[in-house]
Design a protein around this ligand. Structure first.
Ligand SMILES: [Zn+2]
Length: 294
């Protein structure tokens, strides 16, 4: 089976959903959300103001993300990923947190759970952050499980591929960073990738690809965070993936207030106590102002 055939098997769980009507107001939402007892779940909509594209936002071009199966399946796929990632990283590492990341760090909710792999909550000062889908800032060995920093990997790639960065030609001519931190390249043959320095296993970005499971410890910590919380706030996520949706369903079963803020449809619209249809940034800025003043 070719890679493109595998990639096409990723179905869109949002197909057929329409943007719901607003239910309740931001003020009503704030009254339900005491940060000290709130679990916040964030998605791509929180990072779009930092320039990181959300491939689910209206009007964005359709693309086929790498699957874990495809990454494991062949050296060629890994070569393709790392060549793109090598060039893309020089741009990706320059993304910086936006006001919403800083507002959330200041609000310091009981727990911060994110589907984003961009590391921007940490960069804004939030700690701890439960990264459901891992982080592009780390690389993991598929055999021994050891973890290295993405910058270490970048040094290895640079050493193995002298001159590649300057000779790489980007498809279409313009550098356009994908949400996975890579770019489309015209030519990747001959690109060399390092293996694990300890066990010679395959090195993979420490992110959960489509078709992969969230790490059990991370999933358990997220479950605990929502169990401990008195309310749940979902920001900028369509909850298309089960790893986040299940947390909201759990809160719903426990009859906890749920606030969902995003401008498109989500899979939990019928579970929301308050459903704000709009951008995340003004909602979070308003929450901070309500509690802390301007
Ligand atoms: Zn290893």
């Amino acid at each position: 089976m070719s890679t493109s055939q595998e990639l096409r098997r990723v179905r869109d769980p949002l197909a057929g959903l329409e943007t719901p009507l607003q239910r309740g107001t931001a003020s009503e939402a704030y009254s339900l959300l005491n940060p000290a007892y709130t679990a916040v779940i964030t998605g791509a909509g929180v990072s779009t103001d930092s320039g990181i594209p959300d491939y689910r936002s209206p009007g964005s071009p359709s693309r086929s993300p790498m699957t874990g199966q495809a990454f494991r399946a062949s050296h060629n796929n890994r070569q393709l990923y790392w060549a793109r990632g090598y060039v893309g990283w020089e741009h990706y590492r320059q993304f910086s947190p936006n006001q919403t990341h800083y507002d959330l760090a200041a609000l310091n909710p009981a727990s911060l759970i994110t589907q984003n792999v961009d590391g921007l909550h940490r960069a804004a000062g939030s700690d701890p952050v439960l990264e459901l889908h891992g982080s592009l800032y780390q690389v993991v060995c598929l055999t021994c499980g050891r973890v290295w920093s993405r910058d270490w990997m970048q040094e290895q790639l640079a050493g193995l591929n002298p001159g590649f960065m300057t000779s790489a030609t980007v498809a279409g001519g313009d550098v356009e960073i994908n949400p996975d931190g890579d770019v489309e390249l015209n030519e990747v043959t001959g690109f060399r990738i390092p293996d694990c320095p300890v066990c010679h296993g395959i090195l993979k970005p420490d992110v959960v690809y489509f078709g992969e499971q969230v790490r059990p410890q991370v999933a358990a910590a997220a479950t605990q965070a929502v169990e401990d919380a008195e309310s749940v706030l979902v920001l900028g996520s369509s909850l298309a993936v089960h790893s986040a949706l299940r947390l909201v369903r759990m809160a719903s079963r426990e009859q906890k207030p749920i606030v969902v803020v995003t401008d498109g449809p989500t899979r939990a619209d019928d579970l929301a106590t308050v459903r704000v249809v709009g951008r995340v940034a003004p909602f979070v800025a308003g929450w901070r102002a309500e509690l802390m003043g301007d």
